[in-house]
Design a protein around this ligand. Structure first.
Ligand code: HPA
Ligand code: ZN
Length: 355
């Protein structure tokens, strides 16, 4: 019998199935904190900081969430984040994300922040860092572990990225990793070789967006030239069978973002998403939300969307959850704790969020 409207979630799954998916413990490895800025919070912070947003109302802002490609999204993303100015703003942003993510099963998170997008507006990079660390501490008190990834904007000057890294070098212990994001095509990984070499010297992990809009070659170059330990998106790797074999053999995680890929027209719709092809090829693919305020859902919403699109059973969901833990930079001990939580869910428990 078709479910009544009240029993359906936005994904179209039965409400109890969605609740169970939301209770599945996961690690979120691809999340831009600025992409969690919900329209309500954008207006709240604009008022707090006396900034005029160029939108008439929440609905007017929401009506702009129609993207044709990565750049059309980035234009709005950078425009909205102008409301973020103080340590308090970043703490609020981070805490709202932590709350929502917790409700969606996330128990470990590695958060990207775009320091340059703030420093170019006169915001102090350490205020950004400290506000986000405050939010992670709030998460830690609830049982969510995590860390921060300083992500460089590849469509801005390389020297600016290097200066940003040097300005936070004395805070390296507060960072988990560096990353590379923003407009991909035309900004190949090799530009950032010196910046990633310096990050390695500072003892930071290295990840990079590659193979979202850019070619499989950028994935290979991110691995070979930047020393990337994990690839963000990477879905276009499927165009290169040799690369796919390498990703499988070297257990290089891909942080895949299904809703993002649909909303930015990387794939035509969820039923055409290649995540199952990646899993079938033995690649350590994970599910993530990227910019959930803009793309229609948080991590478990992405899982539920896939579950509906492909009629997935618990076995595939558990595999994706385990991949997220394995692909994280969490300690061996923390990974074991997270796997134990997943075991409990797989036995039918872990349902403290149900109800
Ligand atoms: N790709 C590149 N840059 C980004 C993204 C993305 O999906 N989200 C925020 N910055
Ligand atoms: Zn991203």
């Amino acid at each position: 019998m078709a479910p009544s409207l009240g029993e359906r979630s936005i994904s179209g799954l039965q409400a109890d199935r969605v609740a169970r998916i939301r209770a599945l413990p996961t690690a979120e490895l691809h999340l831009h904190i600025e992409g969690t800025l919900e329209p309500e919070l954008a207006f709240e912070l604009a008022a707090r900081n006396g900034i005029a947003l160029p939108f008439d109302s929440l609905d007017d802002l929401r009506s702009r969430y129609e993207f044709t490609d990565l750049q059309s999204f980035l234009d709005l993303y950078y425009e909205c984040m102008a409301v973020l100015r103080t340590r308090d703003d970043f703490r609020t942003l981070g805490e709202r994300y932590v709350q929502r993510a917790f409700e969606q099963g996330v128990r470990h998170v590695e958060i990207f922040f775009d320091a340059q997008a703030h420093t170019v507006r006169g915001v102090n990079a350490e205020d950004v860092l400290d506000g986000l660390l405050d939010a992670l501490e709030t998460g830690r008190q609830r049982g969510m572990s995590g860390g921060l990834i300083l992500s460089f904007l590849r469509d801005r000057p390389v020297l600016e990225a290097m200066d940003t890294l040097e300005s936070l070098a004395h805070r390296a212990a507060d960072l988990l990793a560096v990353g590379l994001d923003s407009a991909e095509v035309g900004y190949p990984p090799q530009l950032f070789v010196p910046v990633f070499a310096r990050a390695k010297e500072l003892g930071l992990h290295r990840v990079a967006h590659a193979g979202e809009e850019g070619p499989a070659e950028y994935v290979r170059d991110a691995l070979d030239l930047l020393g990337a330990e994990r690839i963000d998106h990477g879905v276009r790797s499927l165009e290169d069978p040799e690369l796919i074999k390498r990703l499988r053999d070297e257990r290089i995680p891909l942080t895949v973002c299904p809703f993002s890929n649909v909303r930015l027209a990387v794939v035509p719709d969820l039923t055409k998403h290649p995540i199952l092809d990646l899993l079938a090829a033995g690649v350590l693919a994970t599910v993530n939300s990227d910019d959930p305020a803009y793309f229609g859902g948080y991590l478990a919403d992405n899982m539920a969307g896939l579950a509906e699109a492909f009629d997935l059973g618990d076995d595939v969901l558990v595999r994706l959850a385990r991949n997220s833990v394995e692909g994280s930079f969490a300690s061996v001990e923390r990974k074991a704790e997270l796997h134990a939580l997943i075991d409990e869910w797989a036995r039918g428990g872990g349902g403290e969020l149900l109800g």
